[in-house]
Design a protein around this ligand. Structure first.
Ligand code: PMT
Length: 437
């Protein structure tokens, strides 16, 4: 059987309804198309990110891209030919690097996703025009797979009306983009034009691919802040918008999981395919989580749970007039139960293979605090975010997180959208699950 047929058979198996939830996710097939920009030096790292995530990767290059990254490096990392020629391209899966059969068509058909990284201004223009005069553009024209481009160029080229118009046309055709980021550019200019970091491109790839990797799983997510009542109208709460947890719930649903979202204070709409349970206080959140826990195979606790609550909440509004002239109120606070620690303890007692992920909102000593926290709570992964940053943590669309493992090992992610963090997190969760079962 050819590799191509094997790959397709695997895909058919993935789509069959009777598939066991315990089966490992099959590799997804990604073509990385490299064009001639200095950012090509990051492509080996991108390939490593994608293969680490379990994907099958093939690389193609424009002839000039070979000046920026060695095909040999890409061949070594993927275990497959990395060609820059329209003629004599080996078929996907062939170990014969000299095979003269084509083929850009086979490669275009094989791909479930094509990533163009870096995508230079010239390549974007040639894609827009529908050219097919080299292997990269021929694959791009022939493929029916989704295409994700990671632009990288000088800031003036990026801002040029021609590039803007090309991007608009490509987006209208369904092409997705990731980046570019702003910063110091290789050309000496400062501004937007840096190719996104490989980890961000890999996260965008996960989103573009879609996936049924969580089919058969029941994912319990908590999101938003708790509200601890002081009286009939006032409460203690925090700045959590719910965005991080909602992004995880939405992505888990897209990946085929049954998702229950226990939501604290938030104004967000329920993501499609998600069952939502609204709660107010930490005690209500605990009750809801423990009620849903027996069915849950994965738990992600992104909610910002108040550690303390007023000891004696009043049923009626506390009237200012009832206080002594100019006097204040003394609020006695009592500790709330630690829901995450309780979930970890119960899971251990039950000998369950449930995967549990906590978040950690830290304002300083982020990593060391998170290491201590994961040891205390006993979960499989802790996602630490620095909430003192204006572009991360509470009430923004982006987050910069660190995945902290029980052994103290840390994976740092760059600034990503919360959707991308969710995609990356669920890739990681699927791997933890595969290791446990
Ligand atoms: O909602 P957004 O605006 O998108 O913001 C996202 C976020 C900053 C809220 C999110 O990324 C985040 O960090 N969530 C965890 C906030 C938090 O409560 O951190 P913590 O370090 O205090 O708690 C650690 C873990 O224990 C968390 O998983 C928390 O849900 C859990 N916990 C905490 C206290 C408690 N009594 N019970 C718990 O289960």
């Amino acid at each position: 059987m050819t590799q191509d047929r094997q790959d397709r058979q695997s895909q058919d198996q993935r789509q069959s309804p009777g598939r066991s939830s315990r089966k490992r996710a099959e590799p997804r097939r990604i073509v990385v198309a490299v064009s001639a920009g200095i950012a090509a030096y990051k492509v080996p790292e991108l390939v490593r990110e994608l293969t680490r995530a379990g994907h099958a990767v093939r690389c193609v290059l424009t002839p000039r891209a070979t000046h920026f990254v060695s095909p040999l490096v890409l061949e070594t990392l993927t275990g497959h030919p990395a060609s820059s020629s329209l003629f004599g391209t080996a078929t996907p899966g062939s170990s014969d690097t000299t095979a003269a059969e084509i083929d850009h068509i086979a490669l275009a058909d094989w791909a479930e996703l094509v990533i163009v990284a870096p995508a230079t201004a010239d390549l974007l223009a040639r894609m827009t025009a529908g050219m097919a005069d080299d292997l990269v553009t021929a694959v791009l024209l022939a493929t029916r797979a989704p295409v994700l481009v990671a632009p990288a160029m000088n800031v003036n080229m990026w801002e040029h009306p021609a590039t803007r118009a090309n991007l608009e046309t490509l987006r209208a055709r369904g092409v997705r983009t990731v980046g570019p980021d702003a910063g110091e550019l290789a050309c000496g200019w400062e501004g937007q034009g840096r190719m996104s970091e490989p980890v961000a491109i890999a996260a965008a790839a996960s989103l573009a691919l879609g996936s049924d990797s969580l089919s058969g799983e029941v994912v319990l997510v908590t999101a938003g802040g708790t509200r601890e009542p002081i009286d009939a109208v006032r409460s203690l709460t925090n700045r959590s918008s719910g965005r991080m947890g909602f992004a995880v719930a939405a992505e888990a649903a897209r990946r085929g999981a049954t998702v229950v979202l226990v939501a604290g204070a938030t104004a967000l709409p329920t993501p499609p395919g998600v069952r939502r349970v609204d709660v107010g206080s930490a005690l209500e959140m605990r009750d809801a989580v423990l009620a849903e826990l027996p069915d849950a195979t994965l738990v992600v606790k992104a909610a910002a749970v108040a550690d303390f609550r007023p000891a004696n909440p009043q049923d009626r509004k506390i009237k200012k007039e009832s206080l002594a002239e100019g006097g204040g109120i003394q609020l006695e606070l009592v500790p709330n139960p630690d829901i995450l620690a309780e979930v970890c303890r119960l899971t251990k007692e039950q000998g369950s293979h449930r995967v549990i992920v906590g978040f950690a909102a830290e304002s300083h000593d982020v990593i060391e605090s998170a290491r201590r926290k994961i040891a205390r709570k006993g979960c499989h992964l802790l996602v630490a975010n620095d909430v003192s940053r204006s572009d991360a943590g509470f009430d923004v669309d982006t987050n910069a997180v660190h995945f902290v493992s029980p052994d103290g090992e840390v994976e740092d992610l760059p600034l990503l959208s919360k959707d991308e963090v969710a995609a990356h997190l669920l890739d990681r969760v699927a791997k933890i699950r595969d290791g446990l079962r």
